[in-house]
Design a protein around this ligand. Structure first.
Ligand code: FBP
Length: 353
C-alpha cells in the first residue's frame, strides 16, 4: 500500500495550505485561494502533458515568443491555462508570463485583487517532444500600486519581496513544490483521486552535495572563474567529496528539483556570448532561489544574492548559481577571484588576495 496512505495523516495540499494560513492570524485566505488556482492550472497542464503523445499537442506553433524561441503548442496551452485559472478570480491585479512580451492585464469585466503572479508556463519546453521532464514555475508578490489594474511596477519587485513561489514538475510523477516563507513542502499528484497529497514535508537541502549540473557544451565561452570551478569539481580529493558527478537534464525545473533533494549545484553561467546567461530573473531565478533558500540553500549570480537583485525589465536574464550553501559559496569565491586552483600535487589553498 502507498506510504502516503499508510501514514496516519493523508494530507491534501488544500488542507495543508489552510493549516499554514492559520499560522498567520492576519491572513484573509486570498493567498490560499490563489495557490489553489495555481494547483488547478497545474492539474490541467499535467493531464495534457501526460497524454501529449496521443493528442495533437506535440510540436511547435509557427510563432516566436519574446525570448526569440519557437513556441511549442504545449507552451501556449500552459500559458492560456494558467491565465484562465487565475485572471477572473479577483485575487490578482496583474500577471506576467515568459511567453508574453508585456504584462497581462486583468480584463475589464473581472475585478482586480492585491496579488501579482509571474510565471513560466512550461519550463524546459525544448524537451517536450523527447518526453523529458518539464515544469511550470510561479512567483507571487503583493501589489505596490494602490488599486485598480496593476502595472509593470507591480511585477518588477526584488525576489526577497516574494510572498509565495513554487513549481510543478511533470516527471515520473507530477509533483508541486512551494513555499510561502514557512519552509518548502512537496505534494505528489494522485491522478486516481485527482489530489495533490503531502509527500515531502519541510524539505531541507543538504549543506554540501556531490553533483554539479551545467551545460558543459558552453565551456569555451565561460569566464575563467567558472572554468576553474568546474575543473576544481573534477579534481580528485576525497576530503572534499571530489570529483563531483555531472547531471544535466536541460530542464531547469528538473535540474533544480534534483539539486533541492540531493544537494549540489545547478548553474547557468553568463559567458562571452550572453553576459547575463539564458535564464530569466523574474520567473525562473527568483522563484527557485526563494525555494532553495527556504530549504537552507543559497542562490547567486556569482557576486550578488539573486533575491537582492533589483529588476529593471520583465524578461531580464541573470547568471544563476543555486543549490547547497557550501557549493554556491565556493563557486562565488572562484568567480570573485578569492579562490584558485592549486598547482598539481598541492592540496587546495585559498589565494591571499
Ligand atoms: P524555457 O524552456 O522555459 O525557455 O527554459 C529555458 C531552459 O529550457 C531551462 O529550462 C534550461 O535550464 C535551459 O533552458 C537549457 O538551456 P541550454 O539548452 O542552453 O542548456
Amino acid at each position: 500500500m502507498d506510504s502516503v496512505f499508510r501514514s496516519t495523516e493523508v494530507m491534501t495540499i488544500e488542507r495543508f495550505i489552510m493549516d499554514q494560513e492559520r499560522l498567520h492570524p492576519e491572513a484573509t485566505g486570498e493567498l490560499s485561494n490563489l495557490l489553489y488556482d495555481v494547483c488547478l492550472a497545474a492539474k490541467i497542464i499535467s493531464r495534457q502533458v501526460r497524454r501529449a503523445g496521443l493528442s495533437d499537442i506535440l510540436g511547435a506553433m509557427d510563432t516566436i515568443n519574446i525570448q526569440g524561441e519557437l513556441q511549442q503548442k504545449l507552451d501556449v496551452f500552459a500559458n492560456d491555462t494558467v491565465r484562465n485559472c487565475v485572471q477572473h478570480t479577483g485575487r490578482i491585479c496583474v500577471m506576467a508570463s515568459e511567453e508574453e512580451e508585456d504584462v497581462l492585464h486583468i480584463p475589464d469585466n473581472y475585478p482586480t485583487g492585491k496579488y501579482v503572479l509571474l510565471y513560466d508556463p512550461l519550463d524546459g519546453s525544448s524537451n517536450i517532444d523527447a518526453n523529458v521532464t518539464i515544469g511550470t514555475i510561479f512567483s507571487i508578490y503583493r501589489r505596490i500600486t494602490r488599486s485598480g489594474k496593476g502595472t509593470v511596477q507591480d511585477c518588477l519587485q526584488p525576489g526577497y519581496k516574494q510572498i509565495g513561489a513554487g513549481y510543478c514538475i511533470y516527471g515520473s510523477s507530477t509533483m508541486l513544490v512551494y513555499t510561502t516563507g514557512d519552509g518548502v513542502h512537496g505534494f505528489t499528484f494522485d491522478p486516481s483521486i485527482g489530489e495533490f497529497l503531502l509527500s515531502h514535508e519541510n524539505i531541507r537541502i543538504p549543506k554540501q552535495g556531490k553533483i554539479y549540473s551545467v551545460n558543459e557544451g558552453n565551456y569555451r565561452w565561460w569566464y575563467d572563474g567558472v572554468k576553474k570551478y568546474v575543473k576544481y569539481l573534477q579534481e580528485e580529493d576525497k576530503a572534499t567529496n571530489r570529483p563531483y558527478s555531472g547531471r544535466y537534464v536541460g530542464s531547469m525545473v528538473a535540474d533544480v528539483h534534483r539539486t533541492l533533494l540531493y544537494g549540489g549545484i545547478f548553474m547557468y553561467p553568463g559567458d562571452t556570448r550572453q553576459h547575463d546567461g539564458k535564464l530569466r530573473l523574474m520567473y525562473e531565478a527568483n522563484p527557485t532561489a526563494f525555494i532553495i533558500e527556504q530549504a537552507g540553500g543559497r542562490s547567486s549570480n556569482g557576486t550578488q544574492r539573486i533575491l537582492d537583485i533589483q529588476p529593471k525589465a520583465l524578461h531580464q536574464r541573470t547568471p544563476l548559481f543555486i543549490g547547497s550553501d557550501h557549493d554556491v559559496e565556493i563557486v562565488e569565491e572562484f568567480i570573485q577571484g578569492k579562490r584558485d586552483l592549486t598547482p598539481k600535487g598541492d592540496n587546495e589553498q585559498r589565494t591571499s588576495h
